[in-house]
Design a protein around this ligand. Structure first.
Ligand code: PGA
Length: 260
């Protein structure tokens, strides 16, 4: 794992966005895996700015989002379809026919999960998968005890996850109990992984992901198995890492050191 620790969450988000732009520029028809959640809008603002300033075009890129709530139609204000349209797709030139998310309102969610997994297989592999991490160590909606060999499927959300996402729902509406999420094995088959975590609330999960034993109890620990995973943190999210001085020595302020 490459651990990059930045002074601020702004710098961390900018670094994650830069890696996405650097993936797209030499390979315009690349396949990108996107994530939702409160950590991601700053990254997407950087991508929208890079597009607006003419530094990059996303017109040929194919996208796959990690997950969607079961029962929410794409036009529901709390759906991840809606989130992505608002935060990124409507602000850039991603082509609607290249954008993929699971359909939360599919009549048979299990069949929809299988369709989505097959589509990733057909159009993939994903060149770069962007990830956040839950306070409980989930990636996508792979909650603790998800199999490291899992594929796209229905997951029951934990109370902790539903509580964390309650703020996005209106009064009297709770986050759905179920979601369609790509699996951990599906994520691990991406060529490159970029996980962004900012803020003190993520510090325990980040420490477990990087320095804990690989275990389904903390799904993000599965990323230790990936040969090309970059973990981008701000100081607050890095605070519980035992070897954080070492990571900072390897990449001071998140920079690459040239030995040439
Ligand atoms: P957050 O969610 O960005 O809203 O903290 C991350 C996640 O649950 O994966």
């Amino acid at each position: 794992m490459k651990i990059l620790i930045f002074e601020t969450s702004k710098l961390a988000a900018a670094r994650a966005a830069r890696q996405i732009v650097e993936c797209v520029r030499p390979k315009p028809a690349c396949v990108l895996g996107f994530a939702t959640g409160g950590t991601m809008p700053p990254v997407y603002r950087h991508l929208a700015k890079a597009y607006a300033e003419g530094h990059v075009s996303f017109a040929s890129a194919v996208t796959f989002n990690l997950d969607e709530y079961v029962g929410l139609a794409p036009d529901h204000a709390c759906s991840y379809h809606h989130f992505m349209a608002q935060e990124l797709f409507d602000l850039t030139d991603f082509a609607p026919e290249h954008i993929n998310l699971p359909h939360g309102d599919a009549p048979d969610p299990t069949a929809e999960a299988a369709r989505y997994e097959a589509l990733i297989k057909a159009k993939g592999p994903i060149d770069l998968q962007l990830l956040g991490i839950g306070g409980n160590g989930h990636i996508g909606f792979n909650e603790p005890t998800s199999s490291i060999g899992s594929r796209t499927r229905i997951k029951t959300l934990t109370k902790a996850t539903r509580d964390a996402n309650q703020k996005y729902f209106g009064d009297g509406e709770d986050p759905p109990q179920y979601a369609i999420t790509v699996g951990i094995q599906t994520i691990l088959e991406s060529r490159e992984i970029v996980l962004l975590a900012t803020g003190a609330a993520k510090a325990p999960a980040v420490a477990e992901m990087v320095e804990g034993a690989i275990s389904a109890s903390c799904p993000a620990t599965a990323l230790q198995l990936h040969p090309n995973a970059t973990i981008i943190l701000d100081q607050a999210a890095a605070i519980n890492l035992k070897l954080r001085e070492y990571y900072f020595l390897v990449h001071p302020n998140g920079k690459e050191i040239s030995l040439a």
